[in-house]
Design a protein around this ligand. Structure first.
Ligand code: SF4
Ligand code: SF4
Length: 326
């Protein structure tokens, strides 16, 4: 494990230098906190590290909506991929793991060229939470791993910076004037995020028929905020959009979809597999905390708590699960 030290006063200078060679993306607070492109030094001074971003970072890789190709009769044109190298700064452990889980789906299992192009040439610079930044976090209950190029550990006047990959090491080497060597170590205790282990039941496989799910189902509006805000949800739909420019011209687009909508499982003859709200409500949570793990050995959910904080009726499924009698 390679550890460096960076004085806090050097962070802005380091980021400003990065901005001159890469597209720099970091959390900014406007109405809400979201990852945005850092355009100037004023943006750098507005980087917000107190709370996690309200919106997930996934939209940079798995786009909310994108054109897969255009067609004009038999002629197909695939849009050019944006090849700008990007540095993401200030990503929390939950969101780094969410990227890792989406990599499993889009790169390892599906070999998706659109996602691969968006992930190519990206540097992931993490910001470690010493304490849960929201009362809804529960990342500490889940089996998250170290997944970053560099991780910044906040030590009041300075950062300890852990190198997590060859790309991270090369970045430190390239900007070595902002890093100094140190004998300090990052222990497993340093990696613990305080007050973030509130999910008490880790195996929900036998709870599917528990009557307490009704506590959440009764409040659910099927609004899809939870799946849109989730950094790991990866379902999408594909539609052809005709063009007014000619009868044979159209675009094939994919966009985020949501298992919370009845349309999500609508098939021929108007059959809907998950017609009842209860089925849809439970499906999302079981996919996050059970089905994905059965297939891949790891929970899809990373415990960021966004789906709870952003739910208009604040359905806290962690609390509901904790209170269930087995
Ligand atoms: S955000 Fe809340 S109300 Fe909306 S679909 Fe999700 S659980 Fe239901
Ligand atoms: S299910 Fe909720 S807590 Fe889990 S990763 Fe998605 S938004 Fe975060």
């Amino acid at each position: 494990m390679q550890i460096f030290r960076q004085d806090k006063k050097d962070l802005a200078k380091f980021l400003d230098k990065l901005r001159q060679s890469y597209e720099l993306i970091a959390p900014l607070k406007k109405d809400l906190v979201r990852f945005e492109s850092i355009k100037n030094s004023e943006d750098i001074s507005n980087i917000h590290l107190e709370k996690n971003s309200y919106f997930p970072i996934k939209e940079y890789f798995f786009k909310k909506q994108e054109v897969l190709f255009q067609f004009d009769g038999d002629k197909i044109t695939v849009p050019r991929f944006n090849t700008t190298e990007k540095v993401f700064f200030g990503i929390r452990k939950c969101d780094l793991n969410a990227i890792h889980h989406q990599d499993m789906v889009f790169l390892e299992q599906a070999d998706d060229p659109y996602y691969a192009a968006a992930r190519k040439g990206t540097y992931l610079l993490g910001y470690h939470c010493n304490e849960a930044p929201s009362e809804y976090c529960f990342c500490g209950s889940l089996d998250l791993i170290d997944f970053f190029d560099l991780m910044f550990y906040d030590r009041k006047d300075y950062f300890l910076v852990e190198v997590g990959s060859e790309k991270g090491r090369a970045l430190v080497e390239k900007y070595k004037e902002y890093f100094t060597k140190t004998d300090k170590q990052i222990t497993s205790q340093d990696k613990v995020i305080k007050n973030a282990d509130r999910l008490e039941k880790l195996d929900i496989s036998k709870l599917y028929d528990n009557k307490d799910w009704k506590k959440g189902v009764g409040l659910c509006l099927s609004c899809t905020a939870c799946t849109s805000l989730c950094p790991t949800c990866y379902c999408f739909e594909i539609k052809d959009e005709p063009s007014i420019k000619g009868p044979k011209k159209a675009e094939r687009k994919r966009s985020w979809s949501s298992c919370q909508l009845p349309e999500f499982t609508r098939v021929a003859h108007d059959h809907v597999f998950r017609k009842e709200r209860e089925q849809r409500f439970k499906h999302r949570i079981y996919h996050q905390l059970d089905y994905f793990k059965q297939r891949n050995g790891v929970n899809l959910c990373v415990g960021c708590g966004r789906c709870i904080e952003g739910c208009p009726t604040r359905i806290d499924f962690v609390k509901i699960i904790n209170e269930m009698k087995e």
